[in-house]
Design a protein around this ligand. Sequence first.
Ligand code: MN
Length: 192
Amino acid sequence: MVEKLREYNRKRDFARTLEPEGKEEAAKGSLRFVVQHHLARRDHYDLRLEWDGVFLSWAIPKGPSYNTRDKRLAVQVEDHPLEYRNFEGTIPQGEYGGGVVMLWDEGYWEPLGDVAEGLRDGILRFVLKGQRLKGRWALVQLKNKSKLNKLNWLFLKEKDEYAQSEDGVSGFTTSIRTGRTMGEIEAGEDKK
Ligand code: MN
């Protein structure tokens, strides 16, 4: 039970960070997803897909793009607890992931094909039903022999009616949940 979130829990000191403690939850109904903008030592977006009681997670340095020609590096990171979908705020400097976290998008995802098989083969294709991310997307694992590089995937927009010639997301600079900018979250300002 605790096994999947062991790394998540090991990396964090819950006496110091407001992030939720890792607990697996029983799956119920539709599969949720969330994207968090995380301004830490490096700026990135975290894509989290609910699967089997936890969030499978990828850190995407450049963030998503609606342009089907963009291939965005997505580095798989430790599974996160489902409660993480409600986390927006600051992580103290010096702690793991220290910086600002914004809830950038949320909704549901629908796998196209078998997920367990996709994870094994290194290709996940799915539909996102978020407020900002919609339509068909894919995660494709880069084929590499070294263990470290097995964590590298590409996050791609697939052709559909939502595809664009621009990234289509740079204009979204506020929280989907609270309407706050990164600066306002950091300053601890109230929900808009
Ligand atoms: Mn992150």
